[in-house]
Write a protein that binds this ligand. Structure first.
Ligand code: MG
Ligand code: MG
Length: 249
């Protein structure tokens, strides 16, 4: 069932979202060759807990062991931070994080380069981000979920990128994952009608190669089937009478 949010509930999600936004402002400077993904995770947990009332939302969620999902290069999402995983020059690093504050969840992801990645990977990252904002622009009352998905998919199709289909965006609020599902593909004018008070995480995942993915034996890390690079961007967005309100910016 869909849980629509009041203005004050949306404001509460935005307070957690502001912690995430601050974390992502500080993250780029930390993505240096030689840093381990476990070190990034420790920093992020302390950063979040340094804000009164804020907790890392993913740690322990469904058994996930860390604050950040860190997915490098051909890893799509849900990578587990590790002391053995050192970033190197040219890596493309997806970081996904959730914050729980005042009983509400906020969720956002970025994909950032370490130094200078390959040109095709850099373009993939930029266009996945563009697609996120194109999808967000459609998140207004009267539009449909298909308008969001189609806007995202059109960017991928224009470049021949694979759109991951097994993983989608989602509603969120008092739970980290609520209805509806928010696919990164679709047809304009189709799907659920968007109404004021709907809060959704919009999160395109584009692959440089084919759309196919598989899950590693750690049962978390999702990788591209062809081992080509993948990018992921996400914001938590409220549908309001004034249009889309990004709660994690
Ligand atoms: Mg996320
Ligand atoms: Mg999400």
């Amino acid at each position: 069932m869909i849980h629509l949010k009041t203005r004050s509930e949306i404001d509460a999600i935005a307070r957690g979202g502001a912690v995430l936004a601050a974390l992502y402002r500080e993250l780029p400077a930390r993505l240096q060759p030689g840093v381990t993904t476990a070190e990034l995770d420790r920093w992020a947990e302390a950063f979040i807990r340094g804000h009164a009332g804020a907790e890392p939302a993913f740690k322990g969620l469904y058994g996930f062991p860390a604050t950040l999902c860190i997915s490098v290069n051909h890893e799509v999402v849900h990578g587990i931070p590790s002391v053995r995983r050192k970033l190197v020059e040219g890596d493309v690093v997806s970081v996904d994080c959730g914050v729980k504050l005042d009983g509400f969840y906020a969720d956002a992801a970025v994909t950032l380069p370490v130094g200078e990645p390959a040109a095709d990977a850099k373009k993939l990252v930029e266009l996945t981000r563009d697609a996120l904002y194109k999808g967000i622009a459609e998140a207004r009352p009267g539009n449909r979920l298909g308008d969001v998905g189609a806007a995202i998919q059109e960017v991928a199709d224009s470049q021949g990128y694979g759109v991951v289909r097994e993983l989608v965006g989602h509603g969120l609020g008092r739970s980290p994952h609520e209805e509806p599902q928010v696919p990164n593909f679709g047809k304009r004018g189709k799907g659920m009608k968007l109404v004021e008070g709907l809060v959704i995480a919009i999160e395109p995942m584009f692959n440089l190669g084919t759309a196919g993915v598989r899950t590693l034996p750690d049962r978390w890390t999702v990788v591209t089937a062809d081992r080509k690079v993948s990018a992921h961007w996400e914001h938590t967005v409220a549908v309001t009478a004034e249009g889309p309100r990004i709660l994690t910016a």
